[in-house]
Structure formats: structure tokens, C-alpha cells
Design a protein. Structure first.
Length: 263
């Protein structure tokens, strides 16, 4: 089964400058922009630094999560349990009920119906947090990733009680997937925007295959009470790190418990 990482970093073995400056960059820091200090901060926050890389304003970690420079230095570093479902320390503030609007930029208008499906999945759970699609200027905006992007989609975590404001999608890679897969990926990224971490945060090989990649047990993730003490591929949580090509993952029973607990 072909697995799709929500972001797959394909780093060249060498980066060669122009003929006037034939210097060859070969170190990990030169290729990724991740210094030893930044790598340790990523680990201290409970994120896996493998395949992380620097972007404008911050760093991409764990496949599809964007950490700003401020978050890298300000998120708490508390000890946490392992082998459970997780949320981030940052959530959306809800007083009674709250509606989050989501808009789709014109350049990715082909994802509109899949977004409607993702929104319907959330609203069917009767949460205090509601979602609606708007024509423009949503609280969350779905936009096209750069043409050089090698990921399916990415987003980030809430700040100051507000959801993360942007989901970037790869029109070429994600657009090649069927409707249900696109809806699942959008629902997954919305999950990050409102504070959810990957269900298999502690071992991405559960959904991604390959060798087991455990992550730091220091802060940045908090167990959601009532959820299982393990994650499995068979359970097909919508927040698993990787998704099979052509797969659709509506909320399972444990996902619904987690959603209901937070919102």
C-alpha cells in the first residue's frame, strides 16, 4: 500500500552554487537550516526533528506542522505520558459556542466540495465549536502551496485563543487523490488548526511504516482523557501522521471522544 506523508521532504544530496561560486553544501544544517540548538528545542517540545526544515518565519516539523520562531521559544516543556492520544497546549477559546469560518482561495477552488465534506464531519459531532465555509477572508484560509512544495498539506496550531489561520495545500499532489482522501486531509489539517496533534505522535511508523521513530516525552503534547493508551493503523484515526493513497478516514469512536472532550 502506498503511503502518503502529509509532508515528505526530499533533500538533494548536494546543493551546488553557480559557476562563479562552486562551493558544495553537504552538512545537515546547510541543507535544512536546522541548527543543533533549534533541533534540541524541537526535541524539548516533544516533536520529532527528523526531516524538519526552516521556512520563512519558522520551521516545518512532523510532516505538516508549522512552528513559528515565537512558538519554538515559548511553548511549555512539561513532562507528559506516552502512548496516548494528544492535543497541543494551545486551543481555541470557546465561550458557549464559537463558529470558525473557512475560505478557499480561487487557485484551489477545486477543493471546495471536499472542504464542505470535512466541515460536515465536524458539525455532525454537535461540538461547541462550529465551522462554516465563506467566500473569502475566513478565520482559516485554504491556499495553494508554492510550486516547489513536496508535501500534501500543512498548517499549524492555535495562538491567543484563535485557530491557526492558514492551510497550504499542494494542488498537484493532493489534487491527484480521490474526494474522500482530500476531505480527510483537510479535516486533518483543520484538526491541527484547532489544537490536535498526531495520534501516533509517539511512533510515526504506526501509520507511516518503516522503522519506529519515537519522539521526546517532554512537553508540547497533552493526553486527552478517555482516549486509548495506544494508537493503531487499524483504528484509522483522522489524526494519524500518514494516510494510504486513496483512503478515507472519517472520525472513529475515539476521535469523537477526543473532539467532544476538547470542544
Amino acid at each position: 500500500m502506498k503511503l502518503l506523508h502529509f509532508i515528505t521532504i526530499l533533500l538533494a544530496l548536494f546543493i551546488i552554487s553557480c559557476q562563479q561560486d562552486p562551493q558544495v553544501r553537504t552538512t545537515e544544517e546547510e541543507l535544512t537550516g536546522i541548527t543543533a540548538e533549534v533541533k534540541q528545542k524541537i526535541i524539548n517540545l516533544g516533536f520529532n526533528p527528523e526531516n524538519s526544515f526552516k521556512m520563512e518565519g519558522g520551521y516545518m516539523v512532523e510532516g505538516d506542522i508549522f512552528l513559528t520562531e515565537e512558538e519554538l521559544h515559548s511553548l511549555p516543556n512539561n513532562r507528559i505520558p506516552v502512548l496516548e492520544q494528544y492535543r497541543t497546549t494551545n486551543l481555541v477559546t470557546v465561550n458557549g459556542t464559537k463558529t470558525i469560518s473557512i475560505s478557499v482561495n480561487k487557485d484551489v477552488a477545486s477543493f471546495t466540495q471536499a472542504l464542505d465534506s470535512a466541515i460536515a464531519r465536524y458539525n455532525a459531532e454537535n461540538l461547541t465549536l462550529k465551522f462554516k465555509r465563506v467566500s473569502s477572508s475566513g478565520n482559516i484560509k485554504i491556499s495553494k502551496a508554492a510550486s516547489s512544495a513536496t508535501y500534501l498539506a500543512n498548517s499549524g496550531f492555535p495562538s491567543s485563543g484563535r485557530p491557526y489561520s492558514n492551510i497550504s495545500v499542494n494542488l498537484t499532489l493532493l489534487g491527484a487523490q480521490p474526494f474522500g482522501t482530500i476531505a480527510t486531509v483537510l479535516a486533518h489539517e483543520i484538526g491541527h488548526c484547532i489544537g490536535f496533534r498526531h495520534t501516533d505522535y509517539f511512533n510515526r511508523s504506526i501509520s507511516c511504516g518503516g522503522s519506529a521513530l519515537g519522539e521526546s516525552s517532554s512537553g508540547g503534547a497533552i493526553h486527552i482523557p478517555g482516549t486509548p493508551t495506544d494508537a493503531t493503523q487499524a483504528a484509522q484515526s483522522w489524526m494519524l501522521s500518514c494516510i494510504g493513497s486513496g483512503h478515507d478516514r472519517p472520525f472513529n469512536a475515539d476521535d469523537k471522544v477526543a473532539l467532544d472532550y476538547l470542544y
